[in-house]
Write a protein that binds this ligand. Sequence first.
Ligand code: FES
Length: 529
Amino acid sequence: MYEKIEYGKIKNKSDWRYNGLANQHFAKEAPETYWKTSTDLPSFPALQEDTECDVTIIGGGITGITTAYELTKRGFRVVLIEANQVLNGTTAHTTAKVTAQHDMIYDEFIRHFGLNHARLYYEANQNAIDYIKGIVDEHQIDCEWIEQDAYLYTANENAVQKIRTEHEAYTKLGIERDLIKDLPIPLGSKLALVMKNQAQFHPLQYLKALLEQIVQKGGRIYEETVALDIKKGERPEVVTKSRHAIKSRFIICCSHFPFYDGGGLYAARMYSDRSYVLAIKPKIEYPEGMYLSIDQPSVALRYTVVNGEKLILFSGVSHKTGQGKAMSTHYETLRQLAESSIGIESIPYYWSTQDLVTIDKIPFIGPMSENEDNILVATGFKKWGMTSSAVAATLLSDLVEKKDNPYESIFTPSRFHLNPGLQKVISYNADVAKHLIKGKLEKPDVQFEDISPGEGKAVTINGRRAGAFRDETGCLHLVDTTCTHLGCEVEWNDSEHTWDCPCHGSRFKPSGEVVEGPAIKPLKQIDLD
Ligand code: FES
């Protein structure tokens, strides 16, 4: 007998087994982020009328909220709209490491863009740590801010030279660093590169305080308000799904993948990557520090204190969204990696997240396109949204104020760094094309009776690929699997119970509604009658 299944939940042991998570370690039967569970967030009304302001911000994640905070502080009238609830997307699913150690990038950046460029990137992100710390101190925010060293390590003798080369890059850039053999945690390290004085915090406790500050300074926040279109002009307008217009001097898109492209070809210059997080009560004593392995599959570790005990956020096993194996197998792979390194007492929480990656690994922050300097964007933070969002908040606010910012040229979306971008554009678009074509040709041989309650599968209806999900009552929900963004074929995500697009990461409920863009229209429902 199956209980009622809400969207995205796995509610009974049968589904659990089906999803491959049959393991005594998992305390919860559905993915749930610790950050959300431990934060009582305010709610806001939907926009019910036409309105106007100085700056309209689209997206209620860390970037939209920090930018709204910065702009209201500088005296601008700000309206922030969010399609669902604030802090419900990527920000709630982060591991919240506040660091300029963004994986192995500095040697690569020096080679591709030059020493000055790499130094500015580091400086922007290091300043972002000070910026966040300044806000925490100014408002006395109780958000578990703790300074931590960040470690990049390898457990593979053959990769030791890579760490040494990255260390040389740190030396050239003047980054405070250390090269050590043994980590304070048994991860089998052969060599590790330490970046000193980074930090970790509870992101939602921090952002809850920023929401209060925005409202106190006259900023207006609307939830359940979906931006459908932008009308360009002197005072551009955001048009919402409920047909209300917001006129302002500037529009800033912080909606993860920009729902509006403005001719900037973002779909061809970014891809989306999914990764997994287990919040683990370990068998070992966890020391201080944030750790990231450069080996494959890469894993990252930090801790957070829950009820006086350290839980380790053990994350990684990333892959392109909608590509690869059944989603639940990734949780299991991560669990096995954790078991063999830190040991597992229990896993009180687990969740997954989706990040956008630009082809040159540098975020897009600035005017949406060369011809529109009053429509701005911030996206493509890879997995480093904590510092990148602070970089975006100050840079975008300076653009609104027409003030010079030393980092503008690094992050501008209209940059054209041929090396390494072009080759990746070609291979990425070939990958998108492959998924477009492969999906169209596929004629899955799955019968409706092969689909159990709680399961979703691709099927063939009238000679065309379609998606079928059977709910707990036995009822089938059928959708056209053609993504409404640019037409790739969506794939079933068996751990989140969504249809995910392998091309640019749009996600849809079993009934077709959009969970995450860039798509703004739902999947078409199929009625067999
Ligand atoms: Fe772009 Fe699906 S998200 S085609």
